[in-house]
Design a protein. Structure first.
Length: 154
């Protein structure tokens, strides 16, 4: 009889524990949360964009090159997300915003994405195609060592 009582108590505790988990909203962890695509525009700007910062004000050559390239593809950068997630931290609306401030000068992600966008634009890619490639992570293929000498950006 004592054994039946002990089994009944253990069973009751298990049932109550399971019920409390269900009522508290506990859920199994999600395996793969959806990718968080940073803020960006899906169309060209309606008005002329301001200039990016002057590359000459920077001493680092990669930074100079990336700002010079950004100046050439402002409308493309306006339509690109920035995977340093500066939209969350700095209120940026696209990769372009990183280059109208000194933000990109201290962020390798911004620089590599801008160099990628510039190179793809020179190959004839559209802003939408470049955006798909940036979201896919293709910008990570940029070799920063190729940009350690000052480039003639056209």
């Amino acid at each position: 009889m004592a054994r039946k009582l002990a089994v009944g108590i253990v069973f009751g505790v298990l049932v109550l524990g399971a019920a409390s988990l269900v009522s508290s909203g506990a859920q199994a962890p999600k395996k793969n949360p959806p990718a968080d695509v940073p803020a960006h525009h899906t169309a060209p700007p309606a008005a002329p964009l301001p200039n990016v910062l002057d590359p000459a004000q920077f001493s680092d050559v990669i930074t100079k090159n990336s700002y010079a390239m950004a100046a050439k593809v402002k409308n493309v950068l306006f339509q690109q997300p920035c995977y340093c997630f500066c939209d969350h931290n700095d209120g940026h609306h696209s990769l372009f915003d990183c280059f109208v401030t000194a933000h990109a000068s201290t962020c390798n992600i911004c620089k590599m994405e801008a160099i990628f966008a510039y190179e793809q634009t020179r190959k004839g890619e559209t802003a939408a195609a470049i955006r798909r490639e940036i979201i896919r992570g293709d910008w990570k293929s940029i070799d920063p060592q190729k940009y350690t000498t000052l480039k003639d950006i056209r």
